[in-house]
Ligand binder design. Sequence first.
Ligand code: CA
Length: 227
Amino acid sequence: MTRVLVVEDDPQLVRALVINMQARGYGVDAAPDGATALRLAAARQPDVVVLDLGLPDMDGTDVIRALRGRPRVPILVLSARRGSAEKVAALDAGADDYVTKPFSMDELMARLRAAVRRTEESVPVAGTTRVETAGFIIDLPAKRVVRGGRDVRLTPTEWQLLEILVARPGHLVTQQHLLREVWGVSRSNRTNYLRVYMAQLRRKLEADPAHPSHLITVPGMGYRFEP
Ligand code: CA
């Protein structure tokens, strides 16, 4: 049974979540605050965490950081605010996905299934040596990309970006994370760098660069690699 830890201080929403999750066969624990969440996470070893960012005792991103010290558990964030800053902070702290309130139960359940599936499918980064898509093959140790039987020449910057994205397939990587890792900056006014380099990567790797199927833009947030 897949165990979910729901961290949410709104009792009505907790009740709705618990009923819906149990009806779909999940085992559910609920915590009304961050301290209880961390205690339950240690005691119950959940397979996935659904976390409200607005908690009474702790900042949601601090809960994420504390959970990240544990073996990999996917974290799906519930965000009430419309602005993307809070979501970006949560994703940068290590959340896997977010749902903006108010959300439909069907949407949340779909995201929950996807988060669990990604974790089950994901290969530890250290052990990943080869990434294969319908269009191209990446040999990570050799720093080599082959498309249609031919080597694709990538610049060091293009390679760095690609390497970060393919390390976590299906996972949203924020603009800030990429800027910090590749250029050592995190100012969002440099996102034009990213756009330029992602466009180059798509021209080199995608069958239809205008409609990419592997290097996906998540508007206002970042990018995602789909194998
Ligand atoms: Ca709340």
